[in-house]
Every structure is written in structure tokens, then in C-alpha cells.
Design a protein around this ligand. Sequence first.
Ligand code: ATP
Ligand code: MG
Length: 308
Amino acid sequence: MPSGFTTRPPFEQAPADLRAAIEAAVGSRIAGTESIHGGMSPGPAALLTLRDGRQVFAKAVAASMSSESHLLYLRELETLRVLPPTVPRAPLVAGVEHDGWVVVVTEAADGPALGPPWRSQDVATVADAIATSAALVDLPTLAPAIARMSDLDGWRTLADEHPDRLDDWERARINGLVEISDGWRTWTAGRHLVHLDVRRENAVPHGDAVWLVDWASACHGAGWIDTASLAVDVLASGHAGGHQVSLSVAQGLLAQLPYEATRFVVAVAGMLRCSSFLPAWPVLPTVRDRQGHRALMLRPLVERLVSR
Ligand SMILES: Nc1ncnc2c1ncn2[C@@H]1O[C@H](COP(=O)(O)OP(=O)(O)OP(=O)(O)O)[C@@H](O)[C@H]1O
Ligand SMILES: [Mg+2]
């Protein structure tokens, strides 16, 4: 399991009546399960082989495990029901709500999630998938980006409320970091379909393309948000070619985007850094360390963006 991730219970531990409800919804008995580990949700996820020969992916969570994850899975079901078939996503097979649980069942992709680390070919394939999805505008029922995004005022919060937490590098640049991040509620707005959680864990190879999975945060916003998030993840998760390559790949992605995408990367770094100081979250005990680590991984890129 990659560091910074939570421990998911094996799918076999799901209650028998939940399993029966899944079987009823998909119209076949479950013949085999292959649990998937990693991720940041506390419920089980697995590839299920069905008696009728199909293979599906299922992830389940009970409200008693995490009310946040439960809400996210319900939202994801809503989104998967409205995404047109042209969007590179795992098609929805069934949504199950049973005894406080919610289960998302989709078609299974051919391969496991990409990496780590990123490879240039994978970056290109994911960038293509994003381009297809971001080309869609005005989908019904999606919330605006500001309703789904984390608070990106991290640099301002650190500057105003916790200047002692800034290290020397940050203190020397804090005015620029705040200024570049300001106004994100306005400049992230737009009509385009935004996945909003593009990370290598949420891109699974299928055929010669990829499916974006985990649509719980989908919204409408600026058309560059997902590509900028890809740049962030290439740098934060690492590239097979090493750090200099991940830096130039991330810069190459940003070079094709409007200046707001650069502002977004700087603001995301501030959000991660600020969040890393928040109290531990029992549902996800590793998340604060992961946020701090990702903020540091972004620093060389932020340095270039701030001083350009
Ligand atoms: N359709 C699919 N086919 C194969 N594997 C999948 C599929 N969908 C998701 N996965 C794998 O399962 C993992 C967890 O799925 P997903 O991200 O949708 O769940 P989640 O509970 O929202 O997880 P997280 O907390 O990591 O965001 C993914 O990282 C991916 O590796
Ligand atoms: Mg995920």
C-alpha cells in the first residue's frame, strides 16, 4: 500500500445481507472477490467476479464508518447517472443503498490504477482523457467548483493566523504566495465538467486509454482545473524519470494552460501546507503527513511559478 493511505477492510468482511443486496442489484451471484487496498476511504473495495462471467468493481461504505465517505459515494452515484457515455469513466452498473450502507458498482477496468510512479505515456493518456471530459459543458445537476473544492486560502490563513508555522522559504515569499492565490473562488468558475480529484490512483487503464474513476467531487468549473491537478499529482507523486523530469512534465502541462492554472497550483500548495497542521483526523490518520509531504514536493514548481 502506498504510504499516506488508509487501511480498507477486506470485502469479505462486508455483512452477508449487504452482499445479497449487491447480488440482487447486479442480477448475479458473486463468485469471487479480490479486495483492493489503498485509497482514502475506510470502506471495502473489490473487483467482483460474477457467476454470469462479468467482472465489476464495487466500493462500499457505511455511514457509521464515515458519514463523509457515505455522502461522497451518494454524490458519486448521482454524478455517474448523469455523465454522458463519451466521458472516459467506468460505466455505472448499480447503486445500492442498504441498511446504512451505500455501494457504488461499476464495470471493472482492465488494469490496476496507474503507478506509482508516473510515466510520460500515462501522463499523456490521462491528459487526453481529461481533454475529452473537460470539453463537456453545462451538464445538469453538477455543483459549482467552489462548492466542492477545498478552501484554497491556505497561504493567507498561515500568514494571518499562524505566521510562526511558516518556514524560512515560505516567509521570504509569503506576500507573493497570498497574492497569487487570491480570488480563486472567481477564477476557478466555469461551465466545464471537472472531475476535481485527478490523481494517479483515480486513473485506471482500460483498453488503450484510461478511465477516470472516483467522481465524488465532480462539479462544473474552469476547463483547465483537471489538467492543473494532473500537473500537481505528477510532481507530488513522482515520475519514473526522477524529480527533474516530473518538474518539466508538470511545467509542460501548465505551459498549455491559462495563467489561472499556475495560480491554482500555488494555491493548492498553500491548502496542503495549511491543512497539514490541522488536528489528526481519526478516519484518515495518515492524511496530515501526506498533505505536508505533497506540499513539500510541490515547492520546486511553486518556486518557479512565484518567481517568474
Ligand atoms: N472500475 C474500476 N476498475 C478497476 N479498479 C478500480 C475501478 N474503480 C476504482 N478502482 C480502483 O480502486 C481504487 C479505489 O477506488 P475509488 O477511488 O473510486 O474509491 P474511493 O473509496 O473513493 O477511494 P479514495 O478514498 O482513494 O478516493 C482506485 O484507486 C482504483 O485503483
Ligand atoms: Mg480514489
